[in-house]
Write a new protein. Structure first.
Length: 90
């Protein structure tokens, strides 16, 4: 349904937001991972003082790539190629 990646700045050579900009410059839409429940205002009281480091890290570094069922193979390859060119150390 959704294809997400975790952008490790050390491995990618850039952070999630920088990669999003590169992809956007090539006309590729992305979305960040969802905000953890404990960080949403409606739940602040319920989770007061609690930390969920994995959820917070996924929110900070997570990126959803295009994943429509209508994507062609050439579109998928284009997304992969842009990422490979932007992050040659992968």
């Amino acid at each position: 349904w959704m294809y997400g990646i975790q952008v490790d700045e050390e491995k990618f050579g850039m952070n999630r937001d920088q990669l999003r900009r590169v992809l956007a410059d090539h006309g590729i839409e992305t979305r960040t991972f969802f905000i953890p429940m404990h960080c949403q205002p409606v739940y602040w009281e319920a989770f007061k003082g609690q930390r969920y480091s994995v959820a917070e890290q996924l929110c900070r570094d997570g990126l959803y790539l295009p994943s429509a069922t209508s994507l062609s193979l050439s579109e998928i390859e284009f997304v992969a190629e842009v990422i490979r060119e932007a992050c040659p150390n992968l």
